[in-house]
Design a protein around this ligand. Structure first.
Ligand code: HEM
Length: 183
């Protein structure tokens, strides 16, 4: 039953995006808007998957972690498709050139491939073998943060809040690791 709420929550940004693009028709720059909704949704949902790990001793939501992670990856994939289909119009040369020329794009690409690796190794069997590498999600989130700031070319208030949240999460993760080592 609770899974329905998870999916309702996760698909709300997509429904909102589609309704603005195709029903309300009130988006001035559709490609930029799709980047924003898919990029921010992917980031927020991936954060939730990390929070699930951090609070596991207090509230056990671990059974939802994999699905939350995959839902975040789904938005990251839509974000990448925006680049390949709408921006590059399947011009592979353009994709490669932009990726090599613009640091914020290749940082996004590295972050995406980390998420892809995690998605592909999230099956029960592969997770047992590769779960130690799933800590790379933290690297991915740091890259995404830099990618976001570079894409905006300046830091605004929402990014300040976002960086603050990253620092708080990093602090709690460090604390958790120290306590685990000491016990
Ligand atoms: C796969 C490679 C990626 C490419 C080619 C890419 C491309 C872009 C581009 C071109 C923008 C700027 C859009 C604009 O304002 O005009 C952008 C912004 C953004 N991207 Fe990515 N990105 C990638 C990966 C990711 C990933 C993996 C995430 C998060 C999981 C992400 C999150 C964001 C966010 C949050 C923004 C800022 C949105 C805004 O505030 O407008 N990106 N990306």
């Amino acid at each position: 039953m609770k899974r329905i709420f998870l999916y309702l929550f996760a698909f709300t940004p997509l429904a909102y995006l589609l309704s603005r693009l195709f029903i309300l028709n009130n988006v001035a720059d559709p490609i930029k808007y799709i980047y924003t909704i898919t990029g921010v949704s992917a980031t927020v949902i991936l954060f939730l998957s990390i929070i699930i790990s951090l609070i596991k001793n207090k509230i056990n939501l671990l059974k939802y972690r994999k699905e939350v992670g995959l839902l975040g990856f789904f938005y990251a994939l839509l974000h990448l498709l925006t680049f390949i289909v709408l921006d590059a119009q399947f011009d592979l040369e353009f994709v490669i050139k932009e990726t090599l020329d613009k640091p914020f794009i290749y940082l996004g690409m590295i972050a995406f491939f980390i998420l892809l690796f995690m998605g592909l190794t999230s099956t029960k069997k592969l997770f047992k073998k590769y779960n130690k590498y799933h800590k790379l999600v933290y690297v991915s989130l740091i890259l995404i943060t830099i990618h976001w700031i570079m894409a905006q070319k300046s830091i605004n208030i929402s990014q300040f809040i976002y960086i603050f949240i990253i620092i708080v999460i990093g602090y709690f993760k460090l604390l958790q690791m120290i306590i685990k080592k000491a016990s």
